[in-house]
Design a protein around this ligand. Sequence first.
Ligand SMILES: NC(=O)c1ccc[n+]([C@@H]2O[C@H](COP(=O)([O-])OP(=O)(O)OC[C@H]3O[C@@H](n4cnc5c(N)ncnc54)[C@H](OP(=O)(O)O)[C@@H]3O)[C@@H](O)[C@H]2O)c1
Length: 195
Amino acid sequence: MALIRGFIASSLDGRVADAGGGVEWLAPFRKVDPGYGAFIDLVGTVVMGRATYDQIPSLGMGWPYAGKRGFVVTSRRGDPVQRGVRFWREGLPALVDRLRDLDDGDAWVVGGAGLLAAFAEQGALDRLSLLIAPVLLGEGPPLFPARAGPPRGLVLRGTAALAMGVVRLDYELLPIKAGRGRGRAAGVSGDGAEA
Ligand SMILES: NC(=O)c1ccc[n+]([C@@H]2O[C@H](COP(=O)([O-])OP(=O)(O)OC[C@H]3O[C@@H](n4cnc5c(N)ncnc54)[C@H](OP(=O)(O)O)[C@@H]3O)[C@@H](O)[C@H]2O)c1
């Protein structure tokens, strides 16, 4: 069964893009090795929202996930130009079922942050790796959009201080427990101990 993973870069003030939706602010950090090679080797399938997909041509590098199956979550019609990529219009629960059935590597929810949060809300995000760059953007889409869902517990599984002040944090998301109220976070841990 495939795990569903997030691996996403954020500014220190929790923005995944600048006010215009761009990620040029990440360009100076491209020379930092965040362990992407080892991460992508785990992944057989990438999942992204339509806006993230539509942004790819502007990056000037073609399809960046060679050899990986792709799902683009969208409500709109159209055909993806990339072979092996499918537009997914059947909703997230059915997509989660589809991803769980895969046996050729894990699934990476590339973004945006709202899509990542939607997976987490469904209890369908198993691991989250954050790359925090030492930049304050002030504006832009937030890493964790405001949600009405219950508090979630995460277990810190790893940390790495990388070059140029970038920090990597690796979390495991605990299963959502039925019946938890909003007043208490289940299993929140900063030291890797299961709660
Ligand atoms: N920092 C990073 O590592 C990183 C990584 C990825 C993306 N980003 C940034 O994130 C931004 C894009 O994120 P975004 O949140 O604006 O857009 P997005 O998630 O990439 O795309 C939004 C679109 O995807 C579809 N969608 C997303 N979530 C859905 C859901 N739960 N159910 C059904 N459809 C859903 C909808 O398409 P339809 O409108 O077709 O229905 C929606 O309009 C860009 O600025 C990009 O640069 C940053």
